[in-house]
Design a protein around this ligand. Structure first.
Ligand code: CDP
Length: 230
């Protein structure tokens, strides 16, 4: 069967990862969560005191430290994968509100993006990959065979993320999550380097009113039109 690259971009908490993971499992493709890579670099910067109390990032120090940062993924028995920062499993630590509140500033730093985009492109060399993020269809894989641009209202997305964080036992308020979603939307879509933007050849999906099953069925149909299978 013809192996393709599937690029799924969209705003924060739009359900990209859930649909990316499901289609990857179904096709036997590798799934890469590019946001997890930016989150891991943010965790590194926090741990090394490179982010000030006012939220400013020490760009020079972080840029100098980039060669010391290795990011990878470890497949788990349940089919999920965990993010590794210099060999350490940081999957839980990168999903906190603290990391969420600094990640967009870190992701706007050009050398950080260059390093991670290069790594992401290496993951895709063999095709048979599903990657989600902000710039996958525009910058990382401009030639991807299938590009999806997902959106949903900020309130719907914040509600989903709030439920997810509460289910994991994190003590957050809905208002705090909504404010973070809005702030990241703003930073991610206005930054100078590869901002969140719909690729001209992307297919739009507004999943505000879709169940997970409907969303997965919708994506399968799009894949089938290209590969003849799924
Ligand atoms: O899961 P959620 O949609 O909240 O975000 P994420 O995919 O984990 O990404 C976290 C942050 O990383 C985003 O808000 C962006 O600032 C950044 N990011 C990026 O700049 N480019 C990507 N390809 C993926 C994420």
């Amino acid at each position: 069967m013809k192996k393709i690259i599937i690029a799924i971009d969209g705003y924060s908490s739009s359900g990209k990862s859930t649909m990316a993971r499901a289609i990857a499992a179904r096709l036997g493709y590798r799934y890469i969560d590019s946001g997890a890579m930016y989150r891991a670099v943010t965790l590194f910067a926090l741990r090394h005191g490179m982010i000030g109390a006012d939220g400013s990032v020490d760009e020079a120090a972080l840029t100098a430290a980039l060669p010391e940062i290795a990011i990878d993924f470890r497949p788990m028995a349940d089919g999920s994968q965990h993010t590794l920062l210099n060999g350490e499993d940081v999957e839980a630590q990168i999903r906190t509100m603290e990391v969420s509140s600094h990640v967009s500033a870190v992701a706007a730093i050009v050398p950080v993006r260059h390093k991670l985009v290069q790594l992401q492109q290496e993951f895709g060399r063999e095709k048979g990959i599903v990657m989600d993020g902000r710039d996958i269809g525009t910058t990382v894989f401009p030639d991807a065979e299938l590009k999806i641009y997902v959106n949903a209202s900020a309130e719907t997305r914040a509600r989903r993320r709030y439920d997810e964080l509460r289910a994991k036992g994190q003590d957050v308020s809905y208002d705090e999550v909504l404010a973070n979603v809005r702030e990241r939307d703003h930073i991610d879509s206005t930054r100078a380097e590869s901002p969140l933007r719909r690729a001209d050849d992307a297919i739009d999906l507004d999943n505000s009113a879709m169940t997970l099953d409907e969303q997965n069925a919708w994506l399968c149909e799009r894949v089938r039109r290209i590969t003849g299978e799924a």
